[in-house]
Design a protein around this ligand. Sequence first.
Ligand code: PLP
Length: 450
Amino acid sequence: MQRSYVIKPELGKSYPFVSHGKGIYLYDKEGKRYIDGCSGAVTASIGHAVEEIAEAMYAQARSVSFAYRSHFSSDAVEELGAKLAEWAPGSLNWSFFVGSGSEATETAQKIAIQYWQEKGYATKNRIISRWMSYHGITMGALSMSGHVLRRKRFVPLLADCPTIAPPYPYRRPEGMPLEAYALACANELETAILRVGPEHVAAFIAEPVIGASGGAVVPPDGYFQRIREICDKYQVLFIADEVMTGVGRTGKRFGIDHWGVQPDLMALGKGMSAGYTPMAAAMATDEIIETIARGSGLIMAGHTYSANPQSAAVSLAVLRYVEQHRLVDRAAERGAYLLNRLRELADELPLIGEARGLGMLCGLEFVKDKKTREPFPLAQGVSARIIKRAFEKGLLIYPATGGLEGVAGDAVIIAPPLTITTEEIDELIALLKEAVSSVQQELRQEALLV
Ligand code: PLP
């Protein structure tokens, strides 16, 4: 009996014990090798067991691991803050460090509300979000999340966040041109703001590319530009949740950079420390921080481990590694190759409705009927079957079925470390093909696939 928090292993038996990792591979204690085709939870973006990071970790631990943020700053924290300011678009020059993506989005939510309070608009305290979104598991973050499976047990405890539909090009109204669709989806924000009343709306939050609740759904050009216009028109802050898309994952430094839009707040996590330590951040513009500095002078957020030097040193080493090895460009180049290979697979296998993605964040959506795009009933657990089959074959892929029955389909994420080579991508594709083909055959035998 494994006495960790895991109660129901998805594989029908106890989880294997991980032994070690190297590059894109993880090994269990029985010697089986797995391709980390999803960087864990789209996190291990520079691959496993990178020596430079271990060295930075050791050096910082020998000097000081923990100093509380209301007592001290540190070189590691300040250098990391400066590096992120250099990376981030526009005047997103300030970082509030936390320990997880959920804390980052929730801190961004709090900073948005506090900003309006300090400006004298105390009623601007609602956050508008989208269906098919995931912003984290803590109550504030979950309130903003449109991931039905993760939120439905806790609905009575969640704050009321008005929610609009995201662009979902694969399932847009038949024949609708993408440009018109992009504008129609963005204009839903204007309608929502007007319904709630702009005097009550603090911010709008969105993932540049939808991750865990849809499987790398990329918005059409024009969508985020129009969102920015609407936010400006009604004095609503725009929070980009870059927890999954940030730090090179999509082939630009941040997902939102693909559309040249500047957010007011940005949440980072995952790839920011690439799994080497828990580390995340809420980034804010000069305008927001200067307003708070002139007012109360204290951001009302934070956790014990916020801005600890140990995690900052590790994250800084990760960002330097990403720069030195040109991993952002590599994510764009190799990501294009990966998406190409996934599209070939989609052409070949009727079970795959669409292969999509941006950079090294790709997704597959599975459909019952490729022509009509009819999704599977969620109860059939099609993506779970594929993930399980891939695991058995030594390939890790990530679930991305958000549970919007009848609206969104079964999906998975393919997002290997940004360091993956083309040969390794070929190896990944071969295993993926075996896994999907095998489940496809099974579904046919059960007469579940058209
Ligand atoms: N935001 C996005 C876009 C995410 O994908 C996730 C996690 O998957 C989170 C927030 C929450 O991050 P964490 O699991 O580190 O709390």
